[in-house]
Design a protein around this ligand. Structure first.
Ligand SMILES: [Zn+2]
Ligand SMILES: [Zn+2]
Length: 345
């Protein structure tokens, strides 16, 4: 089968690889139909996390079930599914606690399409077939009313945006929210959408990027154009989503005393081994609660899909480019807030 492969920094090509097969009765094989480019993918493709050997790209997809092990319940061959980008078992203590990103049975950072991070090649979504080792836990059915392309980014960036605000707005309903987007394109916009859907009083969107500010405005936010030098005000809930220490500092200075600062940043702009300065004295003095960590895809998929099915969240409004499957190697390296690659069939 064919698989989009990164063979070096900025070098993508279709490669022939052996097709995966079912290795146990709890597994599934899925044919990806629509793949979204995650905010981390451009950095991976450009070799920022290293590229010692060729690796498969793509980890956000909606696909169709091609084969199922005998022990998998609740799914059928031919059914459309969202596939968790993180591999997790659904049965260990961490998974049971909702911490599926850190499944006890899998090595850290076990994700599709991110071999440079985990050191393990699980395959990528830009391929003819992927193996899903824990089908019951990692697959969610796609409701008939929803389009394949609309859900392509749900398994990662959409739910990543959602989880930056959902618990905090549940604790402080109707709060004002500030989203600080500084270099990763789609997660801050999905966070803004989720904050509005979850009843934030107002959502301000701070960014230096005109395209992001325009889109934030169309989604219903108040755009705040900034160079991250001087904060506009202070907010009870602030989301840091980006890659620059200046953006994080702006987010911290924009957080009200006793407020919540949630970071979804992975700081790829900071060279490996380097530290990002955090003014702990300020956080301490003002009692700012700082939350950081990866999203938990398997645990969050059901509630995010429910919100989308109810029409309260429309991830397709953040999509800025849709291309055909054959265009993937070129399109994948071009800037776009949210790129979706769709198979025509
Ligand atoms: Zn991702
Ligand atoms: Zn687990």
């Amino acid at each position: 089968m064919r698989q989009l492969t990164c063979t070096g920094p900025g070098q993508l090509e279709w490669r022939e690889t052996p097709s995966p097969v079912l290795a146990s009765d709890g597994e599934a094989l899925v044919r990806p139909l629509a793949v979204a480019r995650c905010d981390i993918d451009l950095f991976l493709a450009r070799g920022l996390f290293g590229c010692e050997e060729p690796f498969a790209l793509g980890h956000e997809c909606v696909g169709v079930v091609e084969a199922l092990g005998d022990a998998v319940r609740g799914f059928e061959v031919g059914q459309r599914v969202v596939v968790s980008f993180q591999l997790s078992c659904g049965a260990c203590a961490s998974c049971a606690a909702g911490h599926s990103a850190n499944c006890d049975r899998m090595p850290t950072l076990s994700d599709y399409g991110m071999q440079p991070l985990s050191g393990v090649e699980y395959g990528g979504m830009l391929s003819d077939r992927i193996r899903v080792p824990f089908a019951d836990a990692m697959l969610r059915p796609v409701p008939d009313t929803l389009s394949t392309a609309a859900l392509a980014s749900v398994s990662d960036n959409v739910l990543d945006g959602y989880r930056t605000v959902a618990p905090h707005l549940a604790e402080q309903p109707g709060s004002e929210v500030l989203i600080v987007g500084h270099g990763i394109p789609s997660i801050p916009l999905y966070a803004a959408q989720a904050a509005l859907a979850l009843g934030a009083l107002r959502v301000d969107f701070a960014s230096a990027d005109p395209d992001s500010l325009d889109l934030a405005k169309r989604l219903g936010c108040r755009p705040v154009e900034t160079d991250f030098e001087r904060p506009e005000g202070r907010y009870p809930i602030v989301v840091d989503a980006g890659l620059s220490p200046a953006g994080l500092d702006y987010a911290i200075r924009s957080t009200r005393p006793e407020g919540i600062l949630q970071s979804a940043s992975f700081y790829p702009g900071v060279s490996p081994g380097a530290s990002v300065p955090v003014p702990l004295g300020r956080l301490y003095t003002l009692g700012i609660r700082f939350f950081i960590g990866r999203c938990h895809a398997c645990a969050l998929l059901p509630e995010v899909l429910e919100l989308i099915e109810a029409g309260r969240l429309q991830p397709q409004d953040v999509t800025t480019q849709v291309v055909g499957w054959e265009e993937a190697p070129e399109a994948f390296l071009e800037p776009a807030i949210k790129l979706i690659i769709e198979r025509d069939e």
